[in-house]
Design a protein around this ligand. Structure first.
Ligand code: F6P
Length: 416
């Protein structure tokens, strides 16, 4: 016999979820986990479609309460947008009054915002200036949203970041690199692999787990002088590689010295900016590959991973990470602590992602977090042991097939 539980704690209240910014494979898992826990507490759960855009105009709201949901499916079933509630260069309109109006019209009591620095930054402002009860939920494949997750490496505590979306994207980049290795080897080529990451190189490093070497990140610009040292480093790594091939991951936001213009700059895919003022990057791998070919006379090619990193199913680490963070949201809801975002306190392997390792931080503390200096060897253009230890918590170990061969050279009989 099923006994219906009456008078649940939040009966009659509504919680709405929205996701904004670039999608990741872990958003549906976040939505499902938050929905399930909020439903248990008695909330009716709504989904706001297309990020903040779903709270302007007439509103675009769906009911998630008793609906089937597939949290393993990548992307966001609520869709996404880069709509900014606040006025920006691209859109001077202040949408806050419309948002307040819709929150009231749809009787939304609590808003959970799944996003990176932009979406959660706007949520924080709405909480601070308008008193809207918001709870942030971290999300970005770039992994550059400050979560205050500590990574202990050889006794030193390093402030790392652990954002849902990054683990799945990192796995995708590692797997992609491992595949690419065989074509690079067959042609004795250098492949410059471009990876998403406008401001930070967290994701770029994951190619190392697929057999890549070296790496360039947006945190350290490649000046005229550093470019020369980089070429030398590439040549040495290539010559030392057993099959005369190399995969070099580079972040899309790398700033590279351009001889013609005599300046260090990024490569833009489009001059247009979004409502948060971000331009679109793309194409740096082509520039670097062409410069390597010209300077070192080694065949080099460019490959852009682009949306591959953030497409497809949610991986196990992300699934457990999002459910753990959603467990923490229950705590925040019960204590009615708003303006907070759940985070993981310590970098741990999959099995140790548990609620006791979750905390919440004031959304006032969020912001961009570049790669810690301990994770990158600036002089060697490479990711450090500390970075490899950080990523091994998520990906466990480097996995790529290798076929070691050393066939004897045949010398014609008459030359012997
Ligand atoms: O915000 C995350 C991100 O994946 C960045 O790495 C990338 O620059 C950007 O989104 C691109 O997003 P879109 O092409 O969807 O605007």
């Amino acid at each position: 016999m099923i006994i219906m539980q009456k008078n649940k704690l939040f009966q009659g209240k509504t919680l709405a979820i929205l996701s904004g910014g670039g999608d990741t494979p872990a958003i549906n898992s976040s939505i499902e986990s938050v929905r399930n826990r909020a439903s248990l507490l008695g909330f009716k759960v709504f989904g706001v479609r297309h990020g903040w855009k779903g709270l302007i105009g007439e509103g675009d709201i769906v009911d998630l309460t008793n609906q089937p949901y597939n949290g393993w499916y990548g992307g966001s079933a609520l869709r996404s947008s880069r709509t900014n509630p606040f006025p920006s260069k691209k859109n001077p309109e202040n949408r806050v009054p419309q948002i307040l109006h819709n929150l009231e019209k749809y009787k939304i009591d609590v808003l959970v915002t799944i996003g990176g620095d932009d979406t959660n930054g706007a949520a924080k402002r709405l909480y601070e200036t308008e008193g809207i009860p918001v709870i942030g939920f971290p999300k970005t494949i770039d992994n550059d949203l400050r979560t205050r997750t500590m990574h202990n490496f050889n006794g030193e505590d390093i402030e790392a970041v652990l954002c849902p979306g990054f683990p799945s994207a990192a796995k995708a980049i590692a797997e992609y690199t491992a595949k690419l290795k065989t074509t690079a080897e067959s042609h004795s080529r250098i492949i410059v692999l471009e990876v998403m990451g406008r401001d930070a190189g967290w994701l770029t490093g994951s190619a190392i787990f697929g057999g890549a070497e070296l790496g360039l990140v947006p945190e350290y610009e490649i000046t005229k002088e550093r470019k020369e040292v980089f070429f030398e480093t590439v040549k040495e790594a290539y010559m030392q590689s057993p099959k005369k091939s190399l995969i070099i991951p580079v972040s899309e936001g790398v700033r590279w010295y351009n001889e013609k213009e005599d300046k260090v700059d990024v490569v833009y895919a489009s001059s247009e900016v979004d409502e948060y003022g971000h331009p679109r990057f793309g194409g740096i791998s082509g520039v670097i590959a062409s410069d390597i070919s010209k300077r070192l006379k080694i065949e080099a090619r460019a490959q852009i991973t682009g949306y591959y990193a953030r497409s497809g199913i949610c991986r196990k680490y992300d699934r457990r990470l999002t459910t753990t963070l959603a467990d923490k949201i229950v705590d925040l809801l019960l204590k009615e602590e708003f303006g907070q975002m759940p985070v993981i306190k310590k970098m741990v392997p999959y099995e140790e992602l548990e609620e006791y390792n979750a905390a919440s931080i004031d959304m006032g503390q969020i912001g961009n977090k570049p790669l810690p200096e301990q994770y990158y060897n600036v002089d060697k253009f490479s990711f450090s042991e500390a970075y490899i230890d950080f990523l091994s918590k998520i990906l466990k170990y480097m996995r790529y097939e290798d076929f070691e061969y050393d066939f004897p050279i045949v010398i014609p009989e008459d030359l012997k």
